[in-house]
Design a protein around this ligand. Structure first.
Ligand code: SF4
Ligand code: SF4
Length: 144
């Protein structure tokens, strides 16, 4: 990647909006990615990689990436992170900056609807499979 694509101030800009530990506290352990339900389902959605890109200054690469809109804002990553990095908040900040700086075109709202439907379908699948795990009797009924 060209040197001009690097924005070393980006991590400090994001940090201004956070209450709690900052992206620079990340030690790249990958616990957030392992815990994230969206990472399991959406190729290219990888919280550890996103944090790495922030810390290295790849602002454009991150904000252009439609994968950032797949975050379900469920907070699982934040709870799991051993370094206390507020990753769910970081995702919200990334989305706000992407809109404010024109990375998101109006036509993307149709795409967003599709993403939301896919996320919702995935959440329903997860809930159904957890319910079945905890109550095998449900396997005899049609959940979907
Ligand atoms: S769990 Fe926390 S420390 Fe580990 S990679 Fe994710 S953000 Fe970084
Ligand atoms: S808040 Fe977003 S990144 Fe964190 S676990 Fe949930 S879906 Fe994954």
């Amino acid at each position: 990647m060209a040197e001009s694509a690097i924005n070393r101030e980006f991590k400090y800009r994001i940090s201004k909006y956070l209450q709690g530990n900052l992206p620079t506290n990340c030690d790249t352990c990958g616990v957030c990615s392992a815990a994230c339900p969206v990472h399991q389902a959406v190729p290219g959605f990888d919280p550890r990689r996103f944090i790495r890109l922030i810390n290295l200054g790849y602002k454009d690469e991150l904000l252009k990436n439609t994968a950032i809109w797949y975050c379900a804002l469920c907070n699982t990553c934040t709870v799991a992170c051993p370094q206390g990095v507020m990753f769910k908040q970081i995702m919200e900040v990334l989305q706000k900056i992407a809109i404010a700086e024109g990375y998101v075109k109006p036509s993307f709202f149709g795409e967003l609807k599709k993403i939301e439907q896919e996320c919702q379908a995935y959440r329903c699948e997860q809930i159904a499979s957890r319910l079945i795990e905890s109550n095998p009797e449900l396997q005899k009924t049609k959940v979907r």
